[in-house]
Design a protein around this ligand. Structure first.
Ligand SMILES: [Zn+2]
Length: 76
């Protein structure tokens, strides 16, 4: 359980380029989170804590994005 390959699953595709987003981790990162950030498995949100912040990060576009809503789906 201490392997560095224990990375989180890829996030939803970026609305711009289609690459899988990575989770934005907020707060002070632990050693494992910091290691994942170095290999761009997660994005450190730092002190950007608050409402209106994106949940995912695209390393290609270098910007955050929200998880896109399922197209064509009905949601009441
Ligand atoms: Zn992108």
């Amino acid at each position: 359980m201490t392997t560095t390959t224990d990375a989180p699953p890829p996030g939803p595709p970026c609305p711009r380029c289609g690459n899988h987003g990575i989770p934005i981790v907020r707060g002070f990162p632990g050693p494992e989170t910091a290691a994942l950030a170095l290999i761009e498995k997660v994005k450190l949100g730092g002190c950007l804590v608050g409402p209106g912040q994106p949940a995912w990060w695209c390393a290609s576009c270098d910007e955050g994005f929200w998880e896109p809503l399922a197209s064509g789906g009905t949601q009441d």
